[in-house]
Design a protein. Structure first.
Length: 197
């Protein structure tokens, strides 16, 4: 069983508008990301919201996903990770963790899911020696995700504890497609849709 967690609780302070609501190919980014997770083969999809949760919830209405709320979203990303991991099915074989500001197409997500097999603890995309997002972790790490803390680097800390058990998949140019500012968003959108052609 595959679980997908979309982290979309942040304030997007450098964007001045929630990243989850930005246009991505004619639909809100959060909706695009959820659809890709479903098309990639996630049996359940969870979105963790915080800032402007009601606005984002309305934009993803009708999609088969579970909406979780992080009331302490200002305190860091690890809280959202814990909430998402707790909501994930305890019998999940794989848990795909995706940030809303790192758009990825279903085909790429499916490749990551299929690559995550025992005995690997997690599968991570890599390009020219650099690691990126998203990651797929083995279901056996769910408890560790549920106890991740920002003080110990959250998801990064969990992955570091199992670094010798990792699997790597070449991501090519997709590794760099993420954004925090309006300029980065425009550049990422242009590159993403040119790569998708």
């Amino acid at each position: 069983m595959n679980s997908g967690i979309l982290l979309a609780a942040g304030t997007s302070s450098r964007m001045a508008t929630p990243k989850a609501l930005l246009d991505w190919g004619g639909e809100p980014l959060a909706r695009y990301q959820l659809r890709q997770l479903l098309e990639a083969g996630c049996d359940e999809v969870i979105i963790v919201l915080g800032y402007r949760a009601d606005d984002i919830s309305r934009q993803v209405k009708g999609l088969p996903c579970r909406i979780m709320f992080n009331p302490r979203y200002q305190l860091g990303r690890a809280g959202s990770l814990r909430i998402g991991a707790k909501a994930a099915n305890r019998d999940a074989d794989r848990i795909l963790i995706l940030d809303v500001d790192t758009p990825r197409p279903a085909a790429f997500l499916r490749t990551l899911l299929e690559a995550q097999q025992p005995p690997h603890a997690f599968t991570v995309p890599v390009h020219q020696g650099r690691h990126g997002h998203p990651v797929v972790v083995a279901g056996r790490l769910r408890e560790e995700l549920m106890h991740a803390e920002d003080a110990t680097q959250g998801l990064r800390g969990v992955l570091r504890a199992h670094w010798d058990e990792r699997n790597e998949i070449d991501a090519g140019d997709l590794l760099d497609l993420g954004f925090n500012t309006p300029e980065e968003y425009e550049a990422a959108r242009s590159r993403f849709f040119s790569l998708a052609r």
